[in-house]
Design a protein around this ligand. Structure first.
Ligand SMILES: [Zn+2]
Length: 652
């Protein structure tokens, strides 16, 4: 036996034992036996200078790296749409039924960091984070320290598989006991921090695992269902999510979810819900995806976790409408792995209804990523006293107006109100002035009297100077230049976002989009009450609020100022030229030459509009492999259908 043959044999045995140990949780040999062969392999590798691709010695991960390289995923890694109520889940089933005959799969939704592993020609080549779904960070060195995936597989083509990097709760506990000086806050952050650590040794020390659940891309003989994907992963030696159910009906899915909701509390891994997917690829490709989510899968999030604590104090915050919101300072308490010090209530009425007093014991609940809310008082102690209802605004001393359960500061110029209005104007879905934070706006209000949106557009570099000529603390040339250019950029603003940015009561993003369809601020301004209530997402209260907004002289003057300063709300026009101009295209089935999102992009670039469902408005259907109900419907409606070849010809 040559040295290489011996090495190959050693790798095979060691990988088999590692698989038994890490994936099956069922070791067949004692650790020292593994160590003995491992040492022999290391020795041979040193002597020959050869390391085979499947060698377990590759799993050390290597030296610290300087930064993460960006990597583009072969196929987009979508995140999942969420449902939090049974009604929302039922609505999902209704949408699926419209698309075709389907069965469902149910899995746990683990709370860690999504990673994507790439294999080429049977060998592991790269691990990346999900990143923004299109592009992630290369974490190959870090992933290599994780023993729960194979370095070589039998599949010969290019493959991307998806998994969730997690740290077991018991592992976290042990780690924290051993590192009392720097304990890890919670399992999710610990897992993300381990994988996204520049030093693979840190990754290794935290013992993350990767639990695999899906195939993201296969260059050859792709699987045609979730059940097949799972079988494939299992066959190739990946560690899978242990729970997996294939359900024939929504009723069966609901039963599984009930089961998970109880069982998850016993798990050693952090979970926050269940993932329900359409099993069949045919129905999936018919349902397609929005720009964020696939339409054929949904994450059902469980009710957030709860904890008990004591109310120490209640502060009042003033929002952009002048509404006073109570914010409770509570005794620090651990909730879902984080230390909580503050909790919210909706309004004054909420506070009295829930019987929350100072020194009361209350139940708080974690809501997603924001400050937890107080569910209600559990008990009162001797020192419990009712929270005083503010008689005047705690910020400006103006009188309070009571409307139903809400208290409002009547002063339109109340400082926190102004800051909140400006913050809303600059926010991502509004004018999107990058870098313009609430704290900066607070400073600009105090030092420069910036109160109106239009004031923002009069700012210059000198506006950020103190009287002695130095810049405000924390502001440098670069930061100021960035803010000014972000403001300049925000002048070209889609009409719907502009209408939303104005902060008119009742105009959310949806109503703003509906209103933007009228084409200009002027046109929206001239709408009558009857015309407004005829709009799908505008009710009578919102209609009155819109009329009142535009009738107000101050608002009218502000709008004039904004336009005079160069703010230019525009309506996205569809490209009038291009092969697909005037076409409303629907894609169905699988295209061999490109993923669907790319096809969509290219159609849009050539002036077409891509629809998700075949309707009377559809003018063209592109049918790929395994086209389903959409194709039938198109034929029924007599809509022009083209195949992939003709489609490619049109793209040029
Ligand atoms: Zn006030």
């Amino acid at each position: 036996m040559t040295e290489t043959e011996r090495m190959r044999a050693l790798c095979e045995t060691l990988n088999k034992w590692a698989y038994e140990y890490y994936v099956l949780d069922d070791p067949s040999v004692p650790d020292r036996e593994y160590d003995r062969l491992y040492d022999e392999l290391r020795e041979l590798e040193r002597e020959t200078g050869i390391t085979l691709p499947e060698s377990p010695t590759r799993r050390v991960g290597g030296d610290p790296i300087k930064g993460f390289e960006r990597h583009t995923h072969i196929a987009r890694l979508y995140s999942l749409d969420k449902a939090v109520t049974e009604d929302e889940l039922s609505a999902f089933f209704t949408r699926v039924k419209k698309a075709g005959e389907a069965t469902y799969t149910v899995e746990y939704k683990y709370d860690g960091l999504t990673v994507c592993l790439t294999y080429e020609g049977g060998a592991f080549v790269r691990a990346t984070t999900r990143g923004n779904g299109v592009e992630g960070e290369d974490v190959t060195a870090q992933a290599l320290t994780v023993p729960s995936f194979p370095l070589t597989i039998s599949y010969p083509g290019t493959l991307e598989v998806r998994g969730e990097a997690v740290i077991r709760l018991s592992v976290l506990e042990k780690y924290n006991a051993e590192h009392p000086e720097e304990p890890l806050k919670n399992a999710r952050n610990a897992a993300a921090g381990a994988i996204r650590n520049l030093d693979p040794k840190v990754t290794r020390a935290r013992h993350p695992e990767i639990l695999f659940y899906d195939v993201n891309y296969m260059s050859e003989s792709p699987v045609s269902s979730q059940t097949e994907a799972r079988e494939f992963l299992k066959r190739e030696g990946f560690k899978l999510f242990p729970y997996f159910k294939h359900c024939k009906s929504p009723e069966e899915v609901f039963a599984c979810i009930d089961e998970i909701e109880v069982e998850r509390r016993k798990l050693d891994v952090l979970t926050d819900g269940a993932v329900v997917k359409v099993n069949e690829e045919g129905v999936r490709s018919d349902m397609g995806a929005t720009d964020k989510f696939p339409r054929w899968a949904i994450a059902y999030k469980f009710e957030a976790e709860e904890a008990e604590t004591t109310v120490e104090n209640v502060l009042w915050q003033v929002g952009r409408t002048g509404k006073l919101t109570p914010l409770a300072e509570v005794s620090p308490v651990e909730l879902a792995g984080a230390t909580v010090r503050r909790a919210t209530l909706n309004n004054y009425g909420d506070l009295t209804r829930k019987d929350v007093k100072l020194r009361s014991r209350v139940l708080i609940r974690r809501s997603n990523e924001v400050i937890p809310e107080i569910l209600g008082a559990v008990s009162h102690v001797e020192g419990s006293v009712p929270v005083e209802k503010p008689q005047v605004c705690p910020y400006c001393g103006s009188p309070i107006r009571e409307v139903g359960a809400n208290l409002f500061c009547v002063n339109r110029a109340c400082p926190p109100r102004i800051v909140q209005r400006l913050t809303h104007y600059c926010s991502k879905n509004a004018a999107d002035v990058e870098g313009m934070s609430e704290a900066t706006l607070q400073i600009l209000l105090e030092k420069r009297g910036v109160k109106q949106f239009s004031d923002l557009y009069t700012l210059t570099k000198d506006s950020f100077r103190e009287e002695d000529g130095t810049f405000f603390e924390g502001f440098g040339e670069k930061k100021i230049a960035n803010l000014l250019s972000a403001l300049e950029k925000s002048k070209k603003i889609p009409l719907d976002r502009f209408l939303y940015a104005l902060g008119v009561e009742g105009i959310g993003r949806v109503a703003a989009r509906d209103l933007a369809a009228f084409g200009s601020v002027e046109a929206v301004k001239n709408l009558t009450f009857e015309e407004l209530v005829a709009i799908e997402n505008v009710g009578e209260i919102t209609a009155r609020s819109i009329l009142a907004y535009f009738a107000d002289e101050e608002n009218a003057a502000e709008l004039t100022r904004l336009l005079a300063l160069g703010v230019e709300p525009f309506v996205k026009a569809h490209a009038a030229e291009g092969r697909f101009a005037g076409e409303t295209v629907v894609l169905t089935g699988t295209l061999a030459s490109m993923p669907r999102p790319e096809a969509q992009k290219r159609i849009e670039a050539l002036g077409g509009v891509v629809g998700s469902a075949v309707t009377q408005k559809t003018t063209l259907v592109v049918a790929g492999e395994k086209a389903g109900s959409k194709l039938e419907k198109a034929k029924k409606l007599g809509i022009r259908v083209i195949g992939e070849e003709e489609f490619l010809a049109m793209l040029g």
